[in-house]
Design a protein around this ligand. Structure first.
Ligand code: FES
Length: 230
């Protein structure tokens, strides 16, 4: 059983969500958004995975000229799949964006798998220790999640893509509570030992532009840390 999800990608798509909702209903698909509207793609994928859905095909839609292309949907979905772990459904994306209802069947017939879930899953790409220069630890503990960590994470990943920073440059990893919950949402950049608090989507983009792309930490939202003497 395959579940199809139309994915709004651009700010324009967020403003025409009622139109997209009607289109999704006509096509028997779910609806999700990469940015600026709910439900987010990650929320929908979590829900489908929790419900035991075995296969999901993501179909990007692209209204206007200011949105990311289908490859961004693919990358966000791949990040999600790795974070979800065991029990994630098989995931595929269409090569192009949906333009009208008539193109839906042809697009989904040629959807390319991101993964094939199931026991024994492996990949040669997972053999090597990653070569990234920095690692961003995104807190997904209870307080950070309640404070919008998911939106911050999506904004972070999209900004990394805009700056052409891949996994070899910045490895993004989800964590449980990192402890300074009062500053939620929290992100940490290692090995720089820089901690950030109140990381909303706009701040996440600032961290990418200032710190991860340019090497300058964003002092305005930096949390000071005392390293314990032994
Ligand atoms: S939940 Fe994120 S720091 Fe505690």
């Amino acid at each position: 059983m395959t579940t199809y999800v139309l994915v709004g990608t651009s700010p324009t798509d967020a403003t025409r969500r009622h139109e997209l909702r009607s289109q999704a209903d006509r096509l028997g698909a779910e609806l999700a958004f990469l940015q600026l509207a709910t439900p987010s793609l990650i929320t929908v994928l979590d829900r489908l995975a929790d419900a035991g859905t075995s296969r999901v095909v993501l179909v990007p839609v692209a209204g206007g000229h200011d949105g990311p292309g289908p490859s961004w949907v693919r990358r966000i979905a791949a990040h999600w799949w790795r974070a979800y772990g065991e029990g994630a459904p098989e995931l595929a994306t269409t090569a192009g964006a949906l333009t009208d209802d008539a193109s839906f069947d042809d697009l989904v017939a040629e959807a390319r798998p991101i993964t094939h879930g199931g026991p024994g899953l492996t990949s040669p790409a997972w053999e090597d220790v990653p070569r990234h220069r920095r690692q961003v630890l995104v807190c997904r503990g209870p307080r950070c999640t309640a404070s919008g960590a998911e939106d911050s994470w999506v904004a972070l990943v999209l900004a990394l893509m805009r700056h052409d920073l891949g996994d070899d440059d910045v490895l993004v990893t989800h964590t449980g509570c990192q402890l300074p919950c009062n500053h939620a949402p929290v992100m940490t950049v290692q090995p720089d030992d820089v901690w950030y608090g109140a990381v909303d989507a706009a701040v996440a983009e600032e961290i990418v532009a200032g710190h991860l792309a340019d090497g300058q930490s964003v002092e305005r939202v930096r949390l000071r840390r005392q390293v314990r003497d032994h």
